[in-house]
Design a binder for this molecule. Structure first.
Ligand code: HEC
Ligand code: HEC
Length: 238
């Protein structure tokens, strides 16, 4: 039962004392509480089937997530509990701390669920080209050609566990996860078939990611449509 595997870290997190409301002097010491689920340097737990890495993600993206757990835009009880007393200045310090750590590299967890060749091809086509007939832009148009993300607020799609990816796209479909408006990921997730979500998650999580790529520089790529308040290609230039 998966429950037992998750029980220890959850109990460890719940037994933490309430956190101070603003950034303490020794942030690293306080962030030791995150290690049990996110790894000693935010690299994600080894062999984890669910816990995402934090290291090297854009600071703006991380800050938005920490606020969402605190304010209800994302719903995961342990994360909400940990963030409940933290003010924005503290969350900003946490986001900057993890963003500055070396980006996650990852060899796929074994065994990787096999994605049928036809579905793997479908996933790759969506990632590289999208599906214009359904109004789906290429994932790479926002997440970067190497899928390592884009500063300041688009995360990498590589280096994440399959079940985590399935849960996030499912969360957007059901409204459990909400990003800043216009929430393009909610539109995209709702247009994807469940089988396509499985295929995308399987394909993405099976990619070896042995070079520590940093997210693309802000402005080096212009998302094709309005998304989460980021600059985009449809904006009328003044
Ligand atoms: C009990 C395990 C646990 C602990 C302890 C924990 N986290 Fe998490 N964290 C998770 C899980 C699980 C998720 C994914 C939740 C979801 O599915 O939305 C997550 C998600 C996140 C995310 C979003 C990642 C992304 O790519 O969107 C951030 C940021 C984060 N945690 C930061 C922290 C920080 C900072 C701490 C310490 C103060 C911490 N977490 C402690 C389990 C934990
Ligand atoms: C128009 C830009 C855009 C496109 C196209 C796009 N994304 Fe995103 N994506 C974003 C943004 C912005 C976020 C961060 C949202 C937030 O703040 O929570 C995001 C977040 C995500 C996340 C959450 C990652 C994490 O660590 O929790 C996943 C998974 C994801 N996108 C998958 C995809 C897939 C798969 C496609 C293609 C089918 C895609 N995205 C296409 C902009 C885009």
């Amino acid at each position: 039962m998966n429950t037992f595997r998750y029980l220890f870290p959850i109990l460890a997190a719940l037994s933490l004392p309430a956190w101070a409301a603003s950034a303490p002097d020794d942030l690293t010491e306080h962030l030791a509480a995150c290690n049990v689920c996110h790894g000693a340097r935010g690299e994600g737990a080894t062999g984890s089937e669910y816990y995402p890495h934090l290291a090297g993600k854009p600071a703006g993206y991380l800050l938005r997530q920490l606020r969402a757990f605190r304010d209800g835009g994302r719903n995961y009880p342990q994360m909400g509990w940990l963030m409940r007393n933290m003010d924005d200045a503290y969350l900003q310090a946490i986001a900057e701390h993890f963003a500055a750590l070396p980006p996650r590299t990852r060899v796929p967890d074994a065994p990787v669920r096999t994605v049928q060749p036809a579905l793997a091809e479908r996933a790759r086509a969506l990632i590289e080209h999208g599906d214009a007939a359904r109004g789906l832009p290429a994932c790479a148009a926002c997440h970067g050609a190497d899928l390592a993300g884009l500063e300041p607020a688009v995360p990498a799609l590589v280096g994440l566990p399959e079940e985590y990816l399935v849960a996030q796209l499912g969360g957007w479909r059901t409204g459990v996860r909400r990003a800043q408006q216009p929430d393009c990921m909610a539109d995209i997730a709702r247009k994807l078939e469940p089988a396509e979500i499985r295929a995308l998650a399987g394909w993405l999580s099976a990619q070896e990611h042995t070079e520590p790529h940093r997210p693309a520089a802000a402005g080096s790529l212009l998302p094709p449509l309005a998304c989460a308040g980021l600059p985009h290609a449809q904006q009328v230039q003044p």
